[in-house]
Ligand binder design. Structure first.
Ligand code: UDX
Ligand code: UDX
Length: 476
């Protein structure tokens, strides 16, 4: 490509990273831009094989059908990272950037090693000008780091680095991508930067109304993504803090959320009290924000945002402690049926799921747990324990004898003392709770960490019910 202006006809787009972000994003782009060739590359052959099969590596309602309608036409999945980079005009970078677990910024900074690696590969393969689009959520200033690595490692090739954060939520990725609240594009405010921005705007304008495509500078774009996630998470921590007060005062958090949310200025979204938020983004992005504030000598601002995480940790621990306390202060050897392990419904993703933290707490007390989740595999569950919590057979030799997946809920709850709902899967509402109750030891407890069940009905069956931000005496 001679310059950063080009028409969409014959444009080639490559995306590095075939994950929860790269896969769905490129699928929708390919669907709406038939004149553009889109290729998603990944270093993992099994991942690419799955994207090329009838069983995608991620569960996302509606995605399989769209992939099948464009795959092989203008959407491709490949492990030929270097070859695809070489021929692309625009390269999206959507690799994962987990929180650092060692060294400077350990526990709060993001590890941008994968991004840097991508920059070096791009620099090596690029023979002509490229637009690099940062899609992964990254610490602010990653774009400028990317640019420096690119420029230091290539000759006579022009690069423009854009920030184009993805705001999709898992489980609703297709809807969010088809009809986004906004598309945000940040780039250098000079001639080449503005030309690169204009080309990416043109791509999105194929299906997104132009007034929803916001353009800005790189810093504002990168920071906006962190702030958007911090605000969303803050709303959950705020309502969760109130849930503790509700349980103490016999107010009902759902009623409070309803009353507060009807104020147009506040709005009703993200006011569902829960056992705690999870997912690959919220905690990581807030920790990034905290790290950024600390690095710029703003400890008060850092402490303010850190408290969102503190409240979330408190909520998860409070839930687990309540289970132990309610079951006569001892759960050793007691069987617990856990409904749900994913961090939210309609996804099999377990990253940072509140369920893992609650399990860890219960396992330390040597409870026995049967997990039922429509999409989570035993392998993913143990990986999450290992990666996020350092919990594995080395640190707890009896781990695999204490916890397993049993996807028949009636089997999972047979002989159990308690059911704990961790994820708001719709099907949990439709189980036969009389049948579940009949198979359980008495008193039979239900801990509803998502407030999705019909508590009144459960109490009538005979369950002792504990929910978030409400006390069940109100029904007596
Ligand atoms: C997300 C987002 O991109 C990021 O913004 C968010 O903060 C968390 O991670 P996601 O798509 O959910 O990424 O990550 P994941 O599903 O782990 O996919 C990343 C993919 O990149 C993996 O398939 C991995 O194999 C691939 N990868 C990683 C590469 O192809 N090259 C690398 O160098 C590193
Ligand atoms: C989030 C952002 O919503 C999205 O814009 C960004 O791109 C990535 O991070 P995601 O993590 O996929 O998306 O899911 P989200 O629906 O935001 O839920 C995050 C967590 O908060 C889940 O554990 C969910 O159960 C929890 N949650 C959400 C609540 O506990 N209460 C609520 O009211 C809403």
């Amino acid at each position: 490509m001679a310059s950063f202006t080009k028409s969409l006809d014959g444009l080639k787009i490559c995306c590095i990273g075939a994950g929860y972000v790269g896969g769905p994003t490129m699928t929708i782009l390919a669907e709406h831009c038939p004149q553009v060739r889109v290729c998603v590359v990944d270093i993992s052959q099994p991942r690419i094989d799955q994207w090329n099969s009838s069983d995608l590596p991620i569960y996302e309602p509606g995605l399989q059908e769209i992939v099948e309608s464009v795959r092989g036409k203008n959407l491709f999945f490949s492990t030929d990272v270097e070859g695809e980079i070489a021929q692309a005009d625009i390269i999206f970078v959507a690799v994962n950037t987990p929180t650092k677990t060692y060294g400077i910024g350990s526990g709060s900074a993001s590890n941008v090693k994968n991004i840097e690696l991508c920059a070096r590969t791009i620099a090596k393969c690029a023979k002509d000008s490229k637009i690099i689009v940062e899609k992964s959520t990254v610490p602010v200033e990653t774009a400028s780091a990317l640019k420096r690595v690119l420029l230091a490692n290539s000759k006579n090739v022009k690069f423009q680095v854009l920030s184009n954060p993805e705001f999709l939520a898992e489980g609703t990725a297709v809807r969010d991508l088809e009809d986004p609240s906004r598309v945000l594009i940040g780039g250098d405010q000079n001639e080449d930067g503005l030309a690169a921005i204009a080309l990416l705007v043109e791509v999105y304008a194929q299906w997104v109304p132009r007034d929803k495509i916001l353009t800005t500078n790189v810093w504002s774009s990168e920071l906006s993504k962190l702030v958007a996630n911090a605000y969303l998470a803050q709303r959950i921590s705020s309502i969760n803090s109130i849930s503790a007060l509700c349980e103490a005062t016999k107010a009902d958090v759902n009623e409070v959320a309803r009353a507060v949310g009807t104020d147009r200025r506040i709005g009703s979204a993200f006011l569902r009290a829960s056992v705690g938020f999870g997912g690959s983004c919220f905690q990581k992005d807030i920790l990034n924000l905290v790290y950024l504030c600390e690095s710029f000598g703003l400890p008060e601002v850092a402490a303010y945002w850190r408290s969102v995480i503190t409240m979330n940790d408190y909520q998860k621990e409070r839930f687990a402690k309540k289970m132990v306390r309610s079951m006569f202060n001892s759960i050793t050897g007691k069987q617990i049926a856990m409904f749900g392990f994913a961090f939210k419904k309609d996804t099999g993703d377990t990253r940072e799921t509140a369920a893992a933290y609650v399990c860890k707490y219960l396992l330390e007390e040597r409870a026995k747990i049967n997990v039922s989740d429509p999409k989570v595999t035993e392998e993913d569950m143990f990986l999450e324990f290992h990666y996020t919590l350092g919990l594995d057979e080395k640190t707890m030799p009896e781990l695999k004898s204490l916890i397993k997946i049993n996807n028949d809920p009636y089997e999972a709850a047979k002989g159990a003392h308690a059911i704990a709902v961790m994820t708001e899967w719709d099907e949990f509402k439709n189980y036969d709770y009389q049948k579940l109750y009949d198979g359980m030891l008495k008193p039979a407890f239900i801990f509803d960490g998502r407030n999705i069940l019909d508590h009144k009905k459960l109490i009538d069956i005979g369950f002792e019910v504990h929910a978030i931000g409400k006390t069940f005496e109100m029904y007596q």
